[in-house]
Write a protein that binds this ligand. Structure first.
Ligand SMILES: Nc1ncnc2c1ncn2[C@@H]1O[C@H](COP(=O)(O)OP(=O)(O)O)[C@@H](O)[C@H]1O
Ligand SMILES: [Mg+2]
Length: 144
């Protein structure tokens, strides 16, 4: 069982992606197969960037046991007004400044939905909570 926690700082474009890089390093050290690693890392990156560009700041928790990888992302608001709309491909409230930094294509949440085995997204004005799980199957360790 591995458990790690990361602070995610709002509007800090230099540190953006740092938690996801460490998660990737951890998965590599656990010999996680490439396809699972890709799904986990892309989801983790999108969720982390969302906290950086859209929220007042938050944190992530990475947990892994023999059967499952679990990612949690929590932030302090302002929350997602309409989750159904936010989940749509291409929908984004990102600013010009975000775009200049290479963020805000509006594909983050929809890609997370495709990548994770389960996705639980809840949001109020006080914050957004995103919990993702990825199953670790036997075959996974045989490839790559
Ligand atoms: N943690 C968050 N806090 C507030 N709003 C969010 C958060 N994550 C996503 N959103 C909202 O959902 C929209 C869609 O997110 P996403 O699909 O990742 O696209 P993008 O981040 O490129 O805008 C965002 O533009 C934003 O309005
Ligand atoms: Mg995003």
């Amino acid at each position: 069982m591995v458990k790690k926690e990361y602070q995610i700082i709002a509007k800090n474009y230099d540190l953006a992606g740092r938690a996801s890089s460490d998660i990737k390093r951890t998965l590599k050290s656990m010999n996680t197969c490439r396809s699972l690693m890709k799904r986990v890392c892309s989801s983790s990156y999108e969720a982390e960037i969302n906290i950086v560009i859209h929220s007042y700041g938050g944190y992530a928790i990475f947990e892994m046991n023999d059967h499952e990888i679990r990612l949690e992302f929590h932030d302090d608001g302002p929350g997602i007004l309409d989750i159904e709309l936010a989940m749509q491909e291409g929908y984004s409230t990102a600013t010009e400044h975000d775009h200049m930094n290479g963020f805000g294509a509006g594909m983050g949440l929809s890609n997370i939905k495709k990548s994770a085995d389960t996705m639980d997204l809840k949001s109020t004005i006080d914050g957004t909570d995103l919990i993702l799980t990825f199953k670790i199957t036997g075959e996974c360790y045989d490839e790559d």
